[in-house]
Design a protein around this ligand. Sequence first.
Ligand code: HEC
Length: 291
Amino acid sequence: MRKLSPLAYLRIPILFFAFLVLLEYSIDSGSEYAFVKFPLVGVFLLVFLFLLIAIEFTLKAVSNLNYTLLTEEQRKQVDADENLSLFQQLSKIFVKPDVVAEKDILLHHDYDGIQELDNNLPPWWVYLFYACIFFSVVYIAHFEFMGGDTQEQEFEKEMAQAKIEVEAYQKSAPDNTTEENVTLLTSPADLAKGKEIYDTNCVACHRADGGGQIGPNLTDDSWILGGGIKNVFHTVANGGRDGKGMIAWKSSGLKPKDIQLVSSYVLSLQGSNPPNPKAAEGEVWVEGATE
Ligand code: HEC
């Protein structure tokens, strides 16, 4: 019995590995390997490996059978081929086949003196072609029958996932806003969030339009405790003068970020001139004039 060709020892691992990668790629098993998470996949892989080996042996058996039918001369040719090293066999995939007599492969037609040779296709080209056929079957099965995601669906899913992650990050990210580094927010989205906080916590004393009631008018340019984002942030966070009634919101449920939002909203009310405002109290604040 003649041995398996060295190419078989290369074909089996390559095909097996390709199949393994394909399975891992198409089965969603999180961070674990699919064959670890789903033992059935492991069984499936073993069966596949067994099949590969069986096919190699079958091919060999067929070629052995053929061998007995060959003439002495043909056998010599086959023996010579089989005695090539693995490297030589491999290089046959890329190197042009031996030159054959042109008259043997000349096709029997002639276009104005132009003739055609029936050359064999280069082996690498043929293998690539087989690989494409294999790929197309997997591709069609995956996307048409097993409901694989289209590019658009993949995009949507990734965006949704990213949104969840960003929200989770923002929840756990430390809130580092302080009265030293606080900045005035002006985007409509931020001001809308600030208004929400204001409407829930502040209208009772400052009125919905900021015109003032128990607390002072927040829409004029006079401030008891200083204007500008840093002072307003300080007042909202730490409260007003003792006994006046303005709460220190940093210890009453507002996070620094919320205080920044609501302070920015309060400052956006500057000059809005609501009807029946409370009379101005404190000093006119000019940004950057003091200090
Ligand atoms: C219980 C009533 C009350 C509530 C609720 C209240 N305030 Fe006040 N607020 C006051 C009073 C009273 C003052 C004046 C403090 C002082 O004179 O020291 C004041 C002062 C202020 C000042 C300083 C005004 C100035 O002229 O310097 C700002 C800014 C302010 N409040 C914003 C807010 C915000 C924002 C909220 C909601 C998160 C809020 N306040 C909720 C009563 C209140």
